[in-house]
Write a protein that binds this ligand. Sequence first.
Ligand SMILES: [Zn+2]
Ligand SMILES: [Zn+2]
Length: 403
Amino acid sequence: MKDILGKTFECTCGRIHEVPDIEIVESSIKSAPDIFPEAFFIADLNTASLVNLPERRSFVFAEKRPLTTVENVNRVIEESGDFPEIVSIGSGSLTDIARYAAYLSGKQFSCVPTAPSVDAYTSTVAPVLVDGVKKTFKAIPPRKILIDIDILRNAPIDLLRAGVGDIIAKVPARMDWILSHITNNEYICDFVWDDIKDLLKEVLLRSEDILKREKIAVRTLMNAQLVSGLNMVIMGSSRPASGAEHMVSHLIEMFHEERGELPPFHGLTVMIGVFVSMKAYEVLMEEKNLPVEDFPIDERRKELLELFDEKKVMEFLKTYEGKRFQRVDLEKIRKALEDIYSEFLPLLKKALETIDVTSMIRKYRREFLSKIVRLSNTIRDRFTILDVFDEMKLLKSFSREIF
Ligand SMILES: [Zn+2]
Ligand SMILES: [Zn+2]
């Protein structure tokens, strides 16, 4: 990864790619105040205890898991005063709060990840909750990332599971992308797959070691997360990192948020989505038979209204009805996916077992998860395997039979 940081190059995909210049420093988390002598730090109740933060230039959220809300972002802008840089000590949400606060106030931003749980550290966008609705805003990449492997490997076990869950999602995400390229002629880049696939394989093979907190295995996971974040920056979109599995995850997350509940860690709901995508690709690649069933739009609307308010449902349906597909050629898709399917699917299956996807699936009622699966292709205009099933009128029977 380090060899591409800060570079601009012409890619075989025909586009010119620009990689942000991020400095990656390996050191003890305790040295953060010296590594960032001018910066203002933010932390939460869990992460503040990891560093001896100078009181004059830090702010600690009173919650254990502060959400990325506009209110929290504004709070940090206010607290950070005239300091030229904001540094987060934490995982997903704290990083996003710091990134967006720094961007809005024209400051620099750096981060000290405390768990290898998401691929958002190297990102340039920030998902922020505005009146309960998640919106993604333009922000800035970190100037520097401080990695302390002992902190990362000793993160809470659910954050390690979530980290594996979010990173293995890049496999079905890539398959969805190839599928859409074949079906809809969507632009695709091979560089962003080539630069991550070996890391992904390593993570898949060593998922057990990651949960055992083994140093090199956790480091590989973290590297994969950093590369995945960079891939999104390089593409200017989350396409390389997110397909149907993330739509399943987002729908579950939104369901919780709608009810004012804290959703499970992101990668934990993503792993349910990876399970769904994996099953879908099994059906497609192994030509398994599913009963053909209609899923009329009125029924879709009715089921959405059981989960979300009318305004949101109207927005979803508008997105859904705007999706246009060209002809689906199953033989062509199978051929294009053959290699990646045979190389990665067995590994994916094993890793899902290791991180115990079953315990996540059991948290929800079966009927609820089936509904999520048949509705998830409504929320975004991104083309995935679930759209192919929808086109072939298999979505309803698939959603019932997988759980
Ligand atoms: Zn994710
Ligand atoms: Zn490219």
